[in-house]
Write a protein that binds this ligand. Structure first.
Ligand code: 8X3
Length: 257
């Protein structure tokens, strides 16, 4: 296990899925993690001899709630070394955009776009900006770069990940003159609750998503994130795509759709 001893990490959506797997590895490596999430998470597998994790329940789409949470954190902690923007949702598959409830579309944008902006802005203002040092890792998606297969029905999700691409690339440039690294990890097909929510919490449809194409696990993606974060500060893994081998792209892969 890589050493993150004493490192202070802020992550969004760290209670389940990929986020939870990343938090588990960081804490085992000695990091102190603050998790901004809608749910508390289950951390019973982590011993007190390792690092620590504290969850602040927060809707990251609400800028005031984010700022309040991070200002409270600032009062008792003077640094964040690593910010991981991990929270992300998709809703509405397989309906097309114009048939989806507008509220669902707004919810996706609130979490994936405004949440990213709110947390990064507050964290840079209070922690990373003043220190002019640290690492921002954005967990994006291959969907930020590619147009999906027909019928995937997630304009809001794909557009939100395209936003994340532009945000990441531009922020990296704005960080010229600082020691802030801005990185992105773009997973493809992963077996997580993300697809359960995407399919309207329908277990049968959820299982159907994985038929004929073995997905990555959250742990696979977390291992990649840990590798990226373990590089010495002089190295930026600017972007890393991780997909199951048969997922050649969003439109071409080794199974019949
Ligand atoms: C989701 C990636 O491949 O499941 O971010 O559409 S995929």
């Amino acid at each position: 296990m890589e050493s993150f001893k004493g490192k202070r990490v802020l992550i969004t959506g760290g209670s389940i899925g990929i986020g939870q797997a990343i938090v588990t590895r960081l804490v085992k490596g000695g990091a102190h993690v603050v998790n901004l999430s809608r749910s508390k998470g289950d951390w019973t597998n982590l011993s007190s001899e390792q690092g620590s994790v504290e969850t602040l329940t927060c809707d990251i789409g609400d800028s005031k709630a984010v700022l309040d949470a991070l200002e409270q954190l600032k009062q008792r902690q003077d640094s964040v070394d690593i910010l991981i923007n991990n929270a992300g949702i998709a809703l509405g598959a397989p309906k097309v955009f114009w048939e989806q409830p507008l509220e669902d579309i707004h919810r996706v944008i609130a979490t994936n776009v405004l949440g990213l902006v709110n947390v990064t802005h507050a964290a840079m203002k209070l922690f990373l900006g003043p220190a002019a040092k640290g690492t921002i890792l954005n967990i994006s998606s291959i969907t930020g770069l590619e147009v999906p297969i027909k019928g995937m029905g997630e304009v809001s999700y794909h557009a939100s990940k395209a936003f994340m691409e532009g945000f990441t690339n531009t922020l990296r440039h704005e960080a010229i003159g600082t020691d802030i690294r801005v990185l992105t990890l773009r997973p493809g097909f992963v077996r997580t609750n993300f697809h359960f929510d995407r399919m309207g919490k329908d277990q049968e449809k959820f299982e159907g998503v994985f038929e004929g194409l073995e997905p990555l696990s959250s742990e696979d993606v977390a291992d990649a994130a840990i590798w990226v974060l373990s590089q010495p500060e002089r190295i930026s893994i600017k972007a890393l795509d991780i997909v199951p081998t048969p997922q050649r792209s969003l439109t071409q892969n080794d199974r019949e759709w």
